[in-house]
Every structure is written in structure tokens, then in C-alpha cells.
Design a protein around this ligand. Structure first.
Ligand SMILES: [Zn+2]
Length: 309
């Protein structure tokens, strides 16, 4: 059965009134999941990640920088900018710690056999945060922290990270490039922020850049022909999915043209792949997606195929 990992602390991250990464995104998703098909989904309010879990991915200087910015925000009562579009306000540190903690808790539950699928409805997102730098709305790399937890705490030998957010997960690629027990598969628009994600990549990274204007056909071909086949040879023991919904045609930040049915297709293919290769184990983690109406439809479309157990 599918489990939902979230925490109300994730609603307290306020990057600013006109910032697209708003608490309304998470509210829209949670309201949509209240739909009758998800009433049987168990909700878990996960606690914060601890330093040991964070330091498996991030350098101590990065933690110190984020904690100092959080203190500054607290004392000044304003948001603090870490870069041009990455803001930290009073509730941001707790939100970021609980976002990473949700992924850790979901990995624990799945590897203990308590459930086979989990969705982490969390923010801020994570896949742009590198081992040494917060960036692109992201403070900690939630999915990389989950991967490191599976590899180190649970001594899993092979973890696959799949990423269908419209932006390339440069931070996740940086983590995986130095972790031979993981592979990273990503479809994304190119050119687009952050400018990484070209075909020329580290040996355990497989990128499928899509030109602006690409539709669901192009995305399905990318996954079917170029990305998913790598899982057959790698034989992962768990799939971690950076589930961003900003490749939707309604999204204001990018120019791909996916529709709800394409997210249902992704959910179906990923679930079937996990069933075949790794006992159905899938942890999906919210990344981007900035159209509230697209989120309210595409997230349930993606998760519905994962309800089947
Ligand atoms: Zn994105």
C-alpha cells in the first residue's frame, strides 16, 4: 500500500509573497489527495533529519551556513537570500529538516517491509542543492539524503534515482557522480535552469535533455528508449523518484507540454519497473511544480497506479 509522508512544518517555509515555491503548492496537493481514492492512504508526519543523515551528503560548512542564515532570519524577522532565488525565512530550516526527514522515514519503512510505495509531500524541494551549496529553491538534497540513508544505514548495494522534474537535478548528479552504488536517470528541458544535464555525463548518470516545446510522446520515448533500460542491467534494490510536476503544459516556469495522462503513464511505468526489479519498492519525493491546478490533477494521476499492491 502507498504511504504519504509529510509534515505541517513544510507549510511554514515562506520564501516570499511572490515566490513561485509557495506553501499553496503543498496545500493543493494534500487537498487533492483527500479525494476518495486516497482515503485509505496512511499519513505519517515524519520528524526532522538529524546531522548524521544530512552530513552523509552535505559538507559541514553548508549546514553551518544554512543554520546561520536561519538565525539571521529569526533575529531580523525577514527572509534571507542564499542566492537570487533561494530564500530562507523563519520556518524554513524546520521545513527543510522535515522534508529530508520524511524521505529518510519513507526509506526506513520500505526497507523494513512496512509498505512498498511512499510519496513524500514535502517542501522546500531538493534536487538542485549540491553537496556544498543550496540553490534553485533547494536547501538540502532530500532525495540524495534518502539514497545515502539506504546505502549506509540499511547497507543496500544499488539505489536508482529517477527524476522527471522539468529542471535537471544538478545537485543529485553531483552526489551520484561520486557514489558508484547509485545511478541517476533524468529527463528535463534543455536549455533551461540550471544549465546542466547534457548527454555527456559521469558514467553512472544518464540524461535525456528535451528541447522546449516537447510533448508527452517525446518524454515517453526518452524514458522507454534511453533511460529505463539502464535499470535492467543495474538491478536496483529500491527506486527513489524526484517527482517534479513542472513539465506540465500549465506550468509557468518551463516550456514542456506534458498532460495528466503523461504523469499517469510515468506512475504506471515506474511501478511496473519496481515490481519487476525490486519488490515494488518506490519512494517518490515532491520536487517542483508551480501550477496549482496542474499539481492537483497530476500528482493523483501519478500516484493512482501506485495504489495497487
Ligand atoms: Zn523543477
Amino acid at each position: 500500500m502507498l504511504r504519504l509522508y509529510t509534515n505541517d512544518a513544510c507549510l511554514l517555509h515562506q520564501p516570499g509573497p511572490s515566490h513561485p515555491e509557495s506553501p499553496a503548492r503543498l496545500r493543493a496537493i494534500l487537498q487533492a489527495l483527500d479525494h476518495h481514492r486516497f482515503t485509505q492512504v496512511e499519513r505519517i508526519d515524519a520528524g526532522p533529519a538529524d546531522d548524521e543523515q544530512l552530513l552523509r551528503v552535505h559538507g559541514p560548512a553548508q549546514l553551518a551556513r544554512i543554520r546561520a542564515a536561519a538565525s539571521e532570519s529569526e533575529s531580523r524577522g525577514t527572509t534571507v537570500s542564499l542566492d537570487a532565488d533561494t530564500m530562507l525565512g523563519r520556518g524554513s530550516l524546520d521545513a527543510a529538516l522535515c522534508a529530508a526527514g520524511a524521505v529518510v522515514a519513507a526509506v526506513d519503512a520500505i526497507l523494513r517491509g512496512e509498505c512498498r510505495r511512499a510519496f513524500c509531500a514535502v517542501r522546500p524541494p531538493g534536487h538542485h542543492a549540491t553537496p556544498n551549496e543550496p540553490m534553485g529553491f533547494c536547501l538540502f538534497n532530500n532525495i540524495a539524503i534518502g539514497a545515502a540513508h539506504a546505502l549506509i544505514k540499511h547497507q543496500v548495494e544499488r539505489v536508482a534515482i529517477l527524476d522527471f522534474d522539468v529542471h535537471h537535478g544538478n545537485g543529485t548528479q553531483d552526489y551520484v557522480a561520486r557514489e558508484p552504488r547509485a545511478i541517476y536517470l533524468s529527463s528535463h528541458q534543455s536549455p533551461l535552469y540550471p544549465g546542466s544535464g547534457k548527454l555527456d555525463a559521469p558514467p553512472n548518470v544518464f540524461n535525456a535533455p528535451l528541447p522546449p516545446g516537447s510533448d508527452g510522446r517525446a518524454l515517453r520515448d526518452a524514458w522507454t528508449l534511453h533511460l529505463l533500460p539502464h535499470l535492467e542491467t543495474f538491478r536496483p534494490q529500491i527506486l527513489l523518484v524526484s517527482a517534479g510536476f513542472d513539465a506540465h503544459r500549465l506550468d509557468p516556469l518551463a516550456d514542456l507540454n506534458l498532460d495528466d495522462a503523461d504523469y499517469a503513464w510515468l506512475g504506471t511505468e515506474i511501478a511496473a519497473t519496481a515490481d519487476r526489479l525490486c519488490r515494488g519498492r518506490v519512494v517518490s519525493v515532491l520536487e517542483g511544480g508551480y501550477s496549482l491546478s496542474a499539481l492537483a490533477r497530476a500528482v493523483p494521476a501519478y500516484l493512482t497506479p501506485q495504489l495497487v499492491d
